[in-house]
Design a protein around this ligand. Sequence first.
Ligand code: 4AD
Ligand code: MG
Length: 434
Amino acid sequence: MLNIYAKGKHISEAMESPGKSVLIKGWIYRKRSSGGKIFCVVRDVSGTMQCVIDRSKVSSEAWNSIDSAYLESSVVFQGSVKTDERAPGGKELEVSDLTVLHSGEQFPITEYQSTEFLLDVRHLWLRSERMKYIMQERSHLFRYIREHMDKSGFYEITPPLITVAGGETGANLFEVNYFDSKAYLTESSQLYAEAMIYALEKVYSFAPSYRAEKSRTTKHLAEYWHLEPEMVYFDNKRNMAFQEKLVSSIASKLAKNDEEILKKLDVDIEAIKKIKPPFKRISYEQAIDLLNQKGSKLQWGDDFGVEEERLLTIDEDKPVFIYNWPKEIKAFYMPVNPKDPRTVLCADLQAPHGHGEIIGGSERIWKLDELLERMKEQKMNMDNYSWYIDLRKYGSVPHAGFGMGIERVLKWLLNLDHIRDAIPFPRMINRVKP
Ligand code: 4AD
Ligand code: MG
C-alpha cells in the first residue's frame, strides 16, 4: 500500500530527477493502452508527466484499478524516472506501484464544448490548463499589487460590503433585505476608505464591488474585485503619477517573473515590457477632438462607449489617461475644476488596444459647503451620507484616490477575449451559478 499522505514530489521536480524513485500525486489527464501497457499522462499544479504502467510489473489489483479509471481520476504513482526521448518532455515515470484514490464518474467535459456549457460546468472547467494559468496569473496580480501598495507605505483596510451609502451613481445597486430595512451591496468602498485616511493617511481597500448594470459587454461583471487606494494631500497629478507607477510595477513583475506562464497563454511579453512611465495624458476636450478626427460623432458632454474607447486606444502601446471630464457625467464627490467649471478634477485610465477603462480616479471635494451643494444638486439622501458629510467637519484635508478593476487589468494584460475568464466564478446579468 502506498502512503497517500507522504509528501512526494511535484511533477516539475520529478521531471528533474532522472534515475530517482519518486512518488507523485495528481489527476489523469490523458490515457491510452497498447501492448500490455497503459500510458497515463498525469497532471498536477506544476505540470504533466507521462507514466507507464506495465501489466507484468504491478499487482493485478493495481492494473485493474488504473485500467478502469476515468479521465480526471485522482491517482498516486510510485516509480522511477526514466529518460526517454519519445516521452513528452523527454522523461517518463516507470510505475512500480499505484493507488487510484478516486475514479468517480465519466468526466463531462470532452474536447469540443460550447462556451455556455463550459460556464455551466465552470467548477470543473477550472481544472483546464488554460484556466489554471489564468488563475495563477490572477493570484500573482493580487500579490504584485499588494507588494507595490505595501512598499509605498499604504495600510490595507477592510470596508463593509453591505451599505446604505451607494458611492457612485446609485443607479446600479443590488438591494438586500437587511433585517427590517433595505440596504445594498456596495458598488465602491471609496467613501469608507476616505473615512480611514484621517488616521492612516494612505490606505487601500481590496474587495469586491457589485454593479447591477444591465450591460452585456465583454468588460462588465456584476461582481468584480476592486482596488481602491485613498491618499491625503494628493491632487490629480500626484494621483495619476502613482497609478502610472502601480500599473508599470505590475507589468514589469509579470514580465520578469511569469514568462513561462505568459508564453503558455500566448501573451506578447515584449508588449508588457513596454508598459513604463510616462503614460500619455490627454484632457477630455482633447479626446473629443481626437475622436471627431477619427470619425466619431461624439459631442462635448457625452460619455464614451465601447466604440470610443476602442477608437482612442487601438493604436496605443501603453495606457492613456483622460483627465477633467464634464461634471454632469461624473460622481458627486469630484471637485469642480477652477480653470473650467464645466469639468471636474478627475482622470480615467484607458488600457491600450480597446480593452477599456481600467481605473477611475479623482480628487475628492474636501470642503463642506461644496460637498453639500453637489449632493443637493444630485438630490441625494443626506441621512444615508451624514457620516460622510461629517468627515468634512473635523480636520478635513485635500485628498484623492482611485479604483482599479482587477479583472479589467487581467483581461488587458493577458489579452483575454472576455472578462468572465479573468475571475473563477463570474457573476453576470444572465449567470449566478455555479
Ligand atoms: O469608475 P468607477 O465606477 O469608479 C468608482 O467606483 C470609484 N468610486 C473608484 C474610486 O475612486 N475609489 O469604477 C472603477 C473601476 C473602473 O475603472 C473599472 O476598472 C472597474 O472599476 N469597473 C468594473 N469592472 C468590471 N465590471 C464592472 N461592471 C465594472 N465597473 C467598474
Ligand atoms: Mg469609471
